[in-house]
Design a binder for this molecule. Structure first.
Ligand code: BEZ
Length: 251
């Protein structure tokens, strides 16, 4: 079990690009006023609020109590729940998810839960990290952890789905896959790689002293610099996305 503690304040400051880039999924979803939409892994609630502003009734869920609190403060009907075990009495016209599914190791369970929450004809539109996402950063972290005798796998919180595998999971559940794409999207890190590591990879340095963290960050930066840094553009992360739209057929 990995230990990722979210700090909504730091997240808003350093990861504002996450909801910004999630707008592509809203376009894919094509929400209509009056629809009931579930935002799976709503985080601080930025995109849930946008959906609500378009006239949808939105419920958000997140497995992080800190994120649920932040989303509620922003005015979102947010509930504490793990999408892998999620059960609700309500049904939704659509389930939306941005940048969350790769934090949920059991993709079969997620797809099954989403299916159960959708009305016939309901849509599942999502984007998450795809196979190969942040490969260079992960290599850097792996090398730094192995050097310290730490089991990288036990600390890795992410499962980045492969396109064919995820498409099969959706179809085996009964969904019709309308669109699915693996997208290479190098992502500028305007606050630097170190900030990204602090916000997203907390489980890798769980239990480290601040000096140990410093040394770890420096080693990862040194490993990544030749490929992910340039004087002209600063740091970027080697993001790969998996974006899809699937529909639960009418009965
Ligand atoms: C994210 O949650 O935004 C994320 C985490 C790890 C790699 C890429 C993106």
């Amino acid at each position: 079990m990995t230990n990722q503690i979210w700090n909504p304040h730091e997240y808003r400051k350093s990861a504002d690009f996450v909801p910004e880039m999630g707008r592509a999924v809203i376009e894919l979803l094509e929400p209509k006023a009056g629809e009931r939409i579930l935002d799976l892994g709503c985080g601080t609630g930025v995109l849930a609020k946008e959906l609500a502003a378009g006239g949808c009734t939105v419920v958000g869920t997140d497995a992080s109590p800190e994120m649920v609190e932040a989303a509620r403060t922003a005015g979102v009907d947010a509930r504490l729940a793990d999408a892998q075990t999620l059960k609700m009495d309500e049904k939704f016209d659509a389930v939306f998810s941005n940048d969350a599914i790769h934090w949920m190791p059991d993709h079969y369970a997620v797809v099954r839960r989403v299916w159960n929450l959708l009305v016939p004809g309901g849509r599942f539109a999502a984007e998450c990290g795809g196979e190969g996402c942040v490969r260079i950063i992960r290599e850097g972290m792996k090398i730094a952890l192995i050097k310290r005798g730490i089991d990288y796998k036990a600390r890795n919180p992410w499962k980045f789905p492969e396109l064919g595998t995820f498409s099969d999971i959706l179809e085996n559940q009964g969904f019709r896959v309308k669109f699915i794409a693996r997208i290479d999207r190098p992502t500028p890190l305007v606050h630097g790689l170190r900030r990204w590591l602090e916000v997203f990879s907390a489980s890798h340095t769980d239990g480290f002293t601040s000096e140990e963290k410093e040394a770890f960050y420096k080693e990862v930066e040194d490993y990544c610099r030749p490929t992910l840094y340039s004087e002209a553009n600063g740091w970027s992360a080697d993001y790969v996305r998996l974006r899809f739209l699937a529909v639960k057929p009418e009965e």
